[in-house]
Write a protein that binds this ligand. Structure first.
Ligand SMILES: Cc1ncc(COP(=O)(O)O)c(C=O)c1O
Length: 395
């Protein structure tokens, strides 16, 4: 067999088995008519509440022109889309300084730029993908009983950084990846905590990458009246705290715009060097022109946009209350007070098998429960994929 390079071989021997099984399950999704024996796949963060609305809107309004069959305005998205996005961010993310279209890079989804970061610096599963692509490692950070949204959590990063520098003198930590709103906890970081992250990054000469892909997937229910609202890092006055050139925002079409399949994601950065550096590799993640046009149409139609966002938030609240009600009735514990995202982080540890040797259930039992659920026809996102610190938690 012709030999592959060492780099390619690494990705063969370190295949991401989680994704392989996920793709298999995605190809067997339940459908009442076409695949009644399929799996009900709740493990993927897709916004099914608004997909019909978006599909109807696009079917009515999207007309392809010959421009959408060309290479268009180049590898970083059309000028039209970047102008629309700057306008959108200025209206909805309340930046201290207006975002300019030249500070935006569009690509085919934000995973192009960032493995999802969870309550860790990044989670292992995505960390593996990150490594497969860029040869950068992800370092998990444990919080124990410390609230990951609190200022105290920064000490955990500090400790991990000191440990890392001691153990790996030749290597360097480059960035913190933060998902705000958080996936899977469905909560937002308080302003003060975000400021601490900024200070931390300035102190240690590292970048802050804020994944804000759920920015508008926010909702209010009677159970989350005191929840912290979403604050974009762009809305924080960072002068005297951090060099704005080390703070970057990720956003995309997948979640707030219910369009995972259109594959559009953006980076917003005030770091012109970073924008230039990224522009030189976006040829590999060139956004599709019809998808680019689809987002333009939605962003330009302010009446639709307003209706869409408020209806989306109303349905999220309704969906959350529905599921929380079921969990309450069943006596299943879950993270309280969530106000963002399409998910509930629930404790199914009562269903974990007990290991034969009498020890506490761990990763193996987590995986068994995951498989049992799939065999029962339902796929949830297992906590092991998020490096959950306790077994039995599912999203
Ligand atoms: C926090 C977070 N970031 C990014 C993504 C993926 O974004 P995209 O579809 O733009 O690659 C997800 C999807 O689950 C996510 O939860």
């Amino acid at each position: 067999m012709p030999m592959l390079s060492g780099r390619a071989l690494h990705n063969v021997t370190n295949r991401n088995e989680y994704f392989e099984s996920l793709i298999e399950l995605m190809g067997n999704t339940y459908n009442e008519e076409t695949n009644p024996d399929g799996i009900i796949n709740l493990a993927i963060a897709e916004n099914s509440l608004m997909q019909r609305t978006v599909a109807d809107y696009l079917n009515e309004n999207l007309r392809l022109h010959t421009k959408q069959l060309t290479y268009g305005d180049g590898t970083t998205g059309s000028y039209r889309l970047k102008a629309n996005l700057a306008n959108f961010l200025n209206n909805y993310f309340h930046p201290v300084q207006d975002v300019k279209s030249t500070e935006i890079i569009v690509s085919s989804g934000i995973l192009e730029h960032n493995p999802k970061s969870r309550e860790r610096w990044t989670k292992k599963r995505m960390g593996e993908d990150f490594y497969a692509r860029s040869r950068a490692n992800a370092i998990p950070v444990s919080f124990g009983d410390i609230d990951p949204f609190s200022i105290e959590a920064l000490q955990c990063y500090e400790d991990e950084l000191v440990k890392f520098n001691k153990e790996k003198p030749g290597a360097q930590i480059r960035a913190i990846l933060l998902a705000n709103p958080h996936n899977p906890l469905g909560k937002c970081y308080p302003r003060e905590t975000l400021l601490e992250y900024m200070k931390f990054c300035e102190k240690h000469d590292i970048h802050l990458i804020a994944d804000e892909i759920y920015a508008l997937s926010i909702f209010k229910t009677s159970s989350n009246q005191d929840a912290v609202g979403f604050h974009s890092v762009l809305s924080i006055d960072m002068e005297d705290v951090v060099d704005p050139r080390r703070v970057h925002v990720l956003y995309g079409m997948s979640k707030d715009f219910s369009s995972n399949g259109l594959r559009l994601g953006i980076v917003v950065s005030r770091n012109s060097q970073l924008v230039e550096a990224m522009s030189s590799i976006t040829i590999f993640s060139w956004p599709s022109a019809p998808a680019d046009l689809a987002w333009c149409l939605m962003l330009e139609d302010s009446a639709f946009l307003e209706y869409y966002i408020s209806e989306h938030q109303r349905r999220l609240a309704e969906g959350y209350e529905f599921l929380a009600g079921i969990l309450d009735n069943l006596g299943i514990d879950y993270t309280r007070g969530s106000n963002a995202g399409f998910f509930v982080w629930a404790d199914l540890s009562f269903a974990l098998e007990r290991p034969a040797d009498g020890s506490e259930p761990g990763l193996a039992e987590d995986m068994k429960l995951d498989q049992k659920l799939i065999q029962g026809g339902v796929h949830l996102a297992a906590g092991l994929g998020y490096q959950a610190e306790k077994p039995g938690w599912f999203r």
